[in-house]
Design a protein around this ligand. Sequence first.
Ligand code: ARG
Length: 580
Amino acid sequence: MELLNRKLKQIILKAFCDAGYMEEDINIGDCAIPKFGDFSCQSPLFLAKKYHKAPFVIASDVLLHLQKNEIIVNASVANPGYINFFIDNNYLAEYLKKYLEYVKNPLISKNKKVLIDYGGANCAKPLHVGHLRSADIGEAIKRICVYMGDDCVGDAHLGDWGLQMGMVIYAVWEKNPELVYFDDNYAGEYPKEPPFTIDELKVMYPSISKRAKQDAGLYEKVKSITHDLQSGRRGYIALWKHIVDVSKKLIKADYDKLNIHFDLYLGESDSKKYQDEVIDYVIRNGYSRISDGATIVDVSMPDDKTEIPPFMLLNSAGSALYSTTELATIVQREREFNVDQILYVVDNRQELHFIQAFRCVKKINILKKDVDLKFIGFGTMNGTDGKPYKTRDGNAMQLKELMDMVKNKALEKVKETKANYSQDEIENISDVVAISALKFADLSVFRSKDLVFDVDKFCSFEGKTGPYILYTITRANSILSKVPNIEGNFTLSDEDRKLALCLIKFTDSIQSAYEKFAPSYLCDYAYSLANEFNAFYGKSSIIHEENIDKQYSKLLLTNYTKDMLKKCMDLLAINTLEKM
Ligand code: ARG
């Protein structure tokens, strides 16, 4: 389908050329003053210098050469050189119908294979607020990329190979040193069931990690267990598998609640099979050097403004690190998934790690094709003091605590308005409202910026919030349910135009969201559409409208708005409600 923007460009560009301004492109945007036009071309302002003419003169020339067409009406020139114009009402109505069909399933041909690395939860550790942001933003980016025609795979890239694994193994040993996992002479099969419950696992890491911070001996012990695990000690590997399996279930349940679904639940450890090859390759080809016993790759460049430290391949104990698995994982993704692009949706604070990793990949020239590696950083969720949101004892805020706070606030707000609902209904509605509040707040700020956790604001039914969008959808639904199916002609009256024009702007917003990997553009769009719809609802009497064509058209617009808002929320991976 040819989009309106393109058609407008063609028509107006032709007028520019016919008037002697041989341009290849012009810009068309919204008209700043709605009573002067729906759209406006500002290009004369930028061309004045080139043609040595006043913008107003250029705009007037162009207007004279604007050929009669079915789309543009009432074009005029305004100071200092704008060409303003309206879209013909009949054309807009016809276009809108086709546009909304097209938007449902745009049939964009498959562009490229993209792997999105997001979530990044760590096995045996509870999810914290940073993981929430990564998961929310990553899931939305994945859906946006799929919509735009990319062939996407989402990978949770679980942290399952680091020190925390050594900690949990230590905790199990401390409690039950007699278990076969710790017996070097044991050659039989290991038990199928884990030697701990989910609840026991939940407390193991936090407690050992706290103790290891104060006890250097314990820390060393944990490090050596981790090293033995990574070197493949049989009993540790068997125990580690239990830890990973149980953790994955916990993590998956948390993500499911947030409507976040990964195609792959691979972990850092899954790149193990490429690790030795990569290390060997780097050393053999002379890309690394030894510094203080560690094997490192220099990745600094002459024009670096800040120092970029070397990328560490092996530490002085010969153990692989986060950086090593990063490298091996890139190789794995190229070989196993044949990716063209990898997007890393990770906290801004890890940017340096990725700069190093990407440079290292380039330097060692290990990939067979040019894979586009992109760091899609995001800011922190801060408290009102502007610092990363922490619990009272100074730890990173856990997802569960955060969700509980939001849920309680949502419950309060829903109760205020839905006094006659049953307890169950209120609970269900509040769950959806709470998750929409948290996710929409997380997504509505441009991703690289920090955001302030403000539970009152997030849960409000007014303003740029998830609950406001949810409420608008249910309002549209309630109108639609009050009027039986009617037939008529689709026409647009003046009070419908703004809503109609807003509906056709979806493609611009998804295009920006796609290009900048920023779901916030879709949030902005959904918010402006909800505002337009509520204004339209305020001005029009839909249910009591007596002219059948007018009523039919308003109902159709209501339905279109509802579908469009739901589409946006679906792309943002936020569930909605039919009624509340
Ligand atoms: N597990 C890591 C963390 O919690 C995030 C992983 C991000 N992805 C990656 N490929 N390094 O910090």
